[in-house]
Design a protein around this ligand. Structure first.
Ligand code: AMP
Length: 218
């Protein structure tokens, strides 16, 4: 059996940061749907062209496109032992599709860490965030600055502000999360895989809580 972990929480909760912190320790690939879309914007590929208009508005890329992309990604050899999913699923239809995909591999979701953070904190985190061009490593101007301004500590690449990390799009993304993604909290709670974590703590403390929950659960 492989291990599938789904990181759940609003934009800015720290799903990506935490997934980056634990992926290596768990030996699971970090699969961020947002990162894959952003890679496709660079090309730009056909997928990137479709995704851009939704991403720029802070809305969700249609389910069929997103599900096909994740299906392809999970079928790759590096996911042989499972995956750490960040940003997918984001709608009930995506959650159903993920279950069907894992059923095909005779597998299922092992755990859904849900990171909760008050809305005011989310806005501050997203509008102060910078992201590394090469691999999507995440920083924050005050809470988690790079050692050298504008440069990623890990791979030395340029840090930039994501186009959707401006206040208007951030507000839209949070509303979209409430409408379309929040129902998944109850969905996974009922399936007994949800573990709630407080995300408004220092990054290292959240990582510690997350690792403890994973050790106790898997
Ligand atoms: P993120 O990097 O997770 O904040 O995602 C950035 C943007 O990519 C989102 O605002 C959506 O436009 C798109 N996106 C990422 N994941 C999904 C998903 N699972 N379903 C639909 N759209 C997504």
């Amino acid at each position: 059996m492989s291990t599938y972990i789904v990181m759940l929480g609003p934009p800015g909760a720290g799903k990506g940061t935490q997934a980056q912190n634990i992926s290596e320790r768990l030996g699971l690939p970090h699969i961020s749907s947002g990162d894959i879309f952003r890679e496709n914007l660079k090309g730009p590929t056909d997928l990137g062209k479709v995704a851009r208009e939704y991403m720029d508005r802070g809305e969700l890329v249609p389910d069929d496109v997103t599900i096909a992309m994740i299906r392809e990604r999970l079928a790759r050899p590096d996911c042989e032992n499972g995956a750490l999913l960040d940003g997918f699923p984001r709608t009930p239809a995506q959650a159903k599709a993920l279950e069907e995909m894992l059923n095909e591999f005779d597998d299922g979701i092992d755990m859904v860490p849900y990171i909760s953070v008050p809305e005011a904190v989310l806005i501050d985190r997203l509008t102060g965030r910078s992201t590394c061009r090469a691999q999507g490593h995440i920083y924050h101007v005050r809470n988690n600055p790079p050692k050298e301004a504008g440069k990623c500590d890990i791979d030395g690449s340029e840090l930039y502000q994501r186009e959707d990390d401006n206040i208007n799009t951030v507000n839209r993304r949070i509303r979209v999360y409430m409408e379309q993604t929040e129902p998944l909290i109850d969905y996974y709670r009922q399936k007994n895989v949800l573990v709630e974590l407080r995300g408004d703590q220092p990054i290292e403390k959240v990582t510690e809580d997350l690792m403890e929950a994973i050790r106790g659960d898997l």
